[in-house]
Write a protein that binds this ligand. Sequence first.
Ligand SMILES: Nc1ccn([C@@H]2O[C@H](COP(=O)(O)OP(=O)(O)OP(=O)(O)O)[C@@H](O)[C@H]2O)c(=O)n1
Ligand SMILES: C[C@](O)(CO)[C@H](O)COP(=O)(O)O
Length: 233
Amino acid sequence: MSTPSFWLVIPAAGIGSRMQAACPKQYLKVADKTILELTLNCFLQHPGLRGAVLALAAHDHWWPQLSCADNPLISTVEGGAERANSVLNALMALSANGADKDDWVLVHDAARPLLERPDLDRLLSTLAQDPVGGLLAVPARDTLKQVTADGHVVTSIDRSVIWHALTPQMFRLGLLQENLTATLAAGAAVTDESSALEWGGYAPRVVEGSANNIKITRPEDLQLLQTLLVSAT
Ligand SMILES: Nc1ccn([C@@H]2O[C@H](COP(=O)(O)OP(=O)(O)OP(=O)(O)O)[C@@H](O)[C@H]2O)c(=O)n1
Ligand SMILES: C[C@](O)(CO)[C@H](O)COP(=O)(O)O
């Protein structure tokens, strides 16, 4: 099935505090490539990519050293205080540079280097005609507990209706920009793009993806990344 063309937003302005590394985690090297380069690879090889906007920290001096920094498909903007602010800055740049409000935009974490092409194509083809958009996600496998602040179980959550949100998340530029702007203005919690659409009363669709599409967050994730990269070759 043919897949629609799309713009790409990569929030990459985080400091990676939970990783406790000497540089932001997206610039840590694994198998001779930075996590950011690994993340970009899947998209730069896709014929549907119209262009990419990376949101970078104001003090980011690592990006210009990467070979892909010269790729004409990639532009950069300054990120914001939170991930949602970084994403909104990138969306505003797309709008200012002529992207249409009905164009598809995919937002993908710089810290998710293991997105697989079949998952990307499944997201694009499944949502190509969707009136709202949606996101890659994985159904919960473990028994889930609601727990008190001092660590005691309150109840078990029905896992049959629980999914883990991943990225990319895929929405039309105008709808996403409008709802993200409104959600931030209202001071509502927004840790992913779907949250903003939900706040606006929409019901994004989940598209099942691979549980290997992990977000590199803590030091132990680097070993898992190495293992998954080896098994993928
Ligand atoms: N102000 C911010 C904060 C985060 N991000 C990006 O959002 C993605 C997911 O965020 P997270 O995994 O939390 O990254 P960090 O914020 O860097 O990690 P930490 O919370 O451990 O500092 C990352 O690619 C990160 O670079 C961003 O663009 N702008
Ligand atoms: C967008 C996301 O990766 C979906 O699971 C997640 O919400 C990012 O959270 P973070 O705290 O900004 O890493």
